[in-house]
Design a protein around this ligand. Structure first.
Ligand code: DAH
Length: 334
């Protein structure tokens, strides 16, 4: 049996040395070392040896087996190296060529508008704050003076959760959160940009998800003049060129008086059109009180503006539904 082992081993090593392809090596691996190979077959006969020879024979089989495995490994590596060399020499393969480009994205037009708004207000001493998209009924409606029968509270218009929470329908509830966080201590200057939700049938100008920015300033002696001045400055910076603004009285439950603010380029002829830009007003005393401020000591102004429309005007986009559609053919244009 020992002779048979040595014969097998030297045959195997010879075949490995003579191998021309990796397939030849796999063949040796299988027929000699494999579970049904020659060595396994030899080992099965070990019982026919005298007891004291079995152990040394077993050890010898293992030694030969390891030698064959080592020879196989070395030849495989040699084949790999040859293949690698051939690949490098292949004239079609240029290792200095740049790799596949990973496509990079870019900021969404709405994100860019939001960041510009933030920069402008940060420069005016405002903080940027955040509020939850899932709001309580109290913050979204009650504490903003929006009464129980108001149509905005209808589930035709608002997404209600089974818990009784709402998906906030505007960024105005952040006014209350910011006031409370300030602990009733003026001054307070914040903006709060974010997503808002309404149960709309989407069309060119309506979507169930859109974006607003809320602004709030509270201090002693704040007037409508402060509001008008800050908002005119803000819009001039946002649209890049002086604008003039006008206030039209408008009812919003959480401000008194309330306005819609229109704008147009400064120096426009009298008949030039006004563009409605945002809603604003002097914070209602009840809302100041709900925010923890004393309405006898302080006053404040607030505004709310849609961000989507700014991005659309800027890029000449005529359908709001593109904005969150995620279609790269659309997005890659900006
Ligand atoms: N929350 C209002 C809306 O979604 C917008 C608004 C109007 C916000 C007047 C204000 C404001 O802060 O003073 O239509």
């Amino acid at each position: 049996m020992k002779d048979r082992l040595e014969e097998l081993a030297s045959q195997a090593l010879q075949r490995i040395a003579d191998a021309e392809t990796t397939a030849d090596l796999e063949q040796v691996d299988k027929t000699i070392l494999g579970r049904k190979g020659e060595l396994a077959c030899l080992m099965r006969g070990i019982g026919s040896l005298p007891a004291e020879e079995r152990k040394p024979f077993g050890r010898l089989v293992n030694e030969r087996k390891e030698a064959i495995e080592a020879a196989l490994g070395a030849r495989r590596e040699a084949f790999d190296a040859v293949r690698q060399q051939a690949r490098l020499q292949d004239s079609r393969y240029d290792p200095t060529e740049p790799g596949l480009a990973v496509p990079t994205g870019h900021l969404h037009p709405i994100t860019r508008v939001r960041r510009e708004v933030e920069e402008i207000f940060l420069g005016l001493g405002f903080d940027v704050v955040d509020g939850p998209e899932v709001e309580t009924e109290e913050f979204n409606f009650d504490l903003l003076n929006i009464p129980a029968h108001h149509p905005a509270r209808d589930n035709q218009d608002t997404f209600w959760l089974e818990s009784g929470h709402v998906l906030r329908t505007h960024t105005s509830p952040v006014q209350l959160r910011a006031m409370r966080a300030r602990g009733g201590q003026p001054p307070l200057r914040v903006i709060a940009p974010g997503r808002v939700f309404r149960n709309e049938q989407p069309d060119r100008t309506h979507e169930a998800i859109f974006h607003q920015v809320e602004g709030l300033m509270v201090d002693r002696g704040i007037t409508v003049a402060d509001m008008k001045g800050v908002l005119a400055l803000f819009l001039s910076r946002l649209f890049g060129g002086d604008v003039e603004v006008r206030l039209r009285p408008h009812y919003f439950p959480f401000v008194e008086p309330g306005f819609e603010l229109d704008m147009r380029p400064a120096g426009s002829p009298p008949e030039a059109e006004w563009l409605e830009a945002l809603g604003c007003g002097m914070v209602h005393p009840d809302v100041l009180a709900a925010g923890g401020f004393d309405p006898d000591q302080v006053t404040g102004w607030a505004f709310g503006m849609g961000l989507d429309r700014v991005a659309m005007m800027r890029h000449g986009i005529d359908d709001l539904r593109w904005m969150l559609g995620g279609d790269l053919r659309f997005l890659q244009q900006f």
